[in-house]
Write a protein that binds this ligand. Structure first.
Ligand code: HEC
Ligand code: HEC
Length: 411
């Protein structure tokens, strides 16, 4: 009897773990909770949310009244825009049409806004120019909390309003408008009062139906129009983004799996997940439920012609820290809903998930497939040189790569 007991115990212990059991070991080790779609504290519909909705969806605060957040964060593109580089002021239409329009090019790939309201999401933009660290929000317009912004998302939400290519300007380089005149030449923190002057002037335009709607929303929030300053705009936008992404949040198959639903992933996807958290080492950077360590790394993304810095290059984090070590590093992108947000990379240079994943393993694929000139390779030398050490140990064969991609489709 006793032996039988031990035998059972032993066979239980030495029996190889099933695929699901092994994956749950990884899930526990990486402390994943699967709680991205748990409804958060945001009240159902606050009057602030209504103000945010108008500013998000309508071009009411753009210099030429031609751009709104919703032009680049579209409902039918998982709140991104589907373009390699975003097209801002002066642009019209969506997708291919927008690429053909006269709009100003914003030299980076747009993000989705899903999960951006999550408390753990504390580093915004490809270069992390808005970052919450130890209770302070660092940003180009100053420390966010002391200025009256309620969150890092709130600060991140107003920066597009202050950018010439996204909101202020016209797409013609030498033309200006009242908004550009007021805000553009101001240095950092002085942009806030300049923008506030612009907002008050815009609110005088009571023939504009968008302005009228905004005034009505302010009234139902018991706010005077003078109270609509940049901080309130940010808090309202953040409140709207949190509410919208909470309401539209559908737990992904992977999120469901983490919470115990074994049948939400296929066998290939489960094997892909094991690779992601194991041999393929993806989770050394794409960690946590948000699938980002909120830190900066270089995967040697080829530089396009349109980067915002030096010779059309994009130096990424280095332009925030002014540290040459940070050149070509970018915030690890969250992989939430990643299969829906093509193209990929900070400059949208990879049309497919397969392309960007292969590039982590070796930059040779990219140059080989495009049969690129020596000049182009020379131009990318520094970016390739900056490639993170962490990428050196990824070993995958083609079959494994397919499984990894199947997993990415479950996020
Ligand atoms: C012209 C297109 C465009 C418009 C208009 C636009 N965005 Fe974006 N958005 C982008 C791009 C491109 C990025 C990435 C830029 C970067 O990281 O440098 C981005 C990034 C963001 C981020 C950071 C997300 C992250 O993961 O770090 C937030 C938040 C955001 N936008 C909110 C807004 C809000 C709110 C508005 C309206 C006030 C707005 N955007 C208008 C294109 C646009
Ligand atoms: C060294 C840290 C690091 C590791 C390890 C890593 N990544 Fe990344 N990943 C990044 C960074 C940084 C970017 C953005 C780089 C850029 O655009 O310049 C990125 C971009 C991506 C993107 C594109 C996302 C988008 O929205 O554009 C995908 C998909 C991705 N990684 C998947 C993976 C997979 C799968 C693995 C494992 C094989 C992996 N990553 C390993 C840091 C890492």
């Amino acid at each position: 009897m006793k032996n039988w007991f031990f035998l059972v115990l032993l066979s239980f212990n030495v029996r190889a773990l099933t695929l699901d059991e092994t994956l749950y070991v990884a899930i526990n080790a990486f402390e994943l909770e699967g709680n991205l779609c748990q409804k958060k504290s945001e009240p159902k519909s606050s009057s602030l949310t209504e103000i945010g909705k108008i500013i998000f969806e309508r071009p009411v605060l753009s210099g030429d009244k031609d751009t709104a957040c919703a032009n680049c964060h579209l409902d039918n593109q998982a709140l991104a825009d589907g373009l390699p580089l975003a097209i801002g002021v002066g642009g019209s239409g969506e997708g291919e049409d927008r690429m053909k329009s006269e709009g100003a090019v914003v030299p980076r790939n747009a993000f989705t806004l899903f999960s951006r309201g999550d408390e753990r999401f504390n580093t915004f933009f490809w270069d992390g120019k808005v970052q919450k660290v130890e209770g302070k929000i660092y940003s180009p317009i100053g420390e966010g909390f002391s200025l009256g912004f309620d969150s890092a998302l709130s600060v991140a939400s107003v920066l597009p309003l202050l950018a010439r290519d996204e909101f202020l300007g016209t797409s013609k380089p030498f033309n200006a408008n009242r908004h550009v005149d007021l805000v553009e030449s101001q240095y950092y923190i002085d942009k806030i009062p300049a923008q506030n002057t612009f907002i008050q002037e815009r609110l005088q335009e009571i023939k504009d139906p968008d302005v009228l709607n905004l005034l009505a929303a302010l009234e139902s929030a018991n706010l005077t129009k003078e109270e609509l300053n940049l901080q309130l705009v940010g808090n309202a936008l953040a409140s709207f983004i949190r509410k919208k992404t909470n309401e539209d949040c559908q737990p992904s198959p992977w999120q469901k799996y983490i919470r115990g639903n074994n049948s939400s992933l296929s066998k290939d996807q489960k094997e892909g997940a094991l690779l992601f958290y194991g041999k393929a080492r993806c989770a050394s950077c794409h960690s946590g439920d948000l699938m980002s360590d909120m830190a900066f790394h270089s995967i040697a993304v080829p530089q396009g012609e349109q980067g915002p810095h030096l010779f059309g290059q994009d130096l990424g984090r280095a332009l925030v820290t002014l540290d040459t070590e940070d050149r070509y590093t970018f915030r690890t992108p969250s992989l939430v809903a990643v299969s829906k947000t093509a193209p990929y990379g900070h400059n949208g240079i990879f049309p497919t998930l397969e392309g960007v994943v292969k590039h982590h393993i070796s930059p040779i694929f990219y140059f080989r497939d495009l049969n690129i000139s020596d000049q182009m390779i020379l131009k990318n030398n520094e970016a390739i040189d900056s490639r993170s050490e962490l990428l050196r140990w990824i070993r995958l064969d083609e079959n494994e790569l397919d499984k990894l991609l199947a997993f990415l489709n479950a996020l």
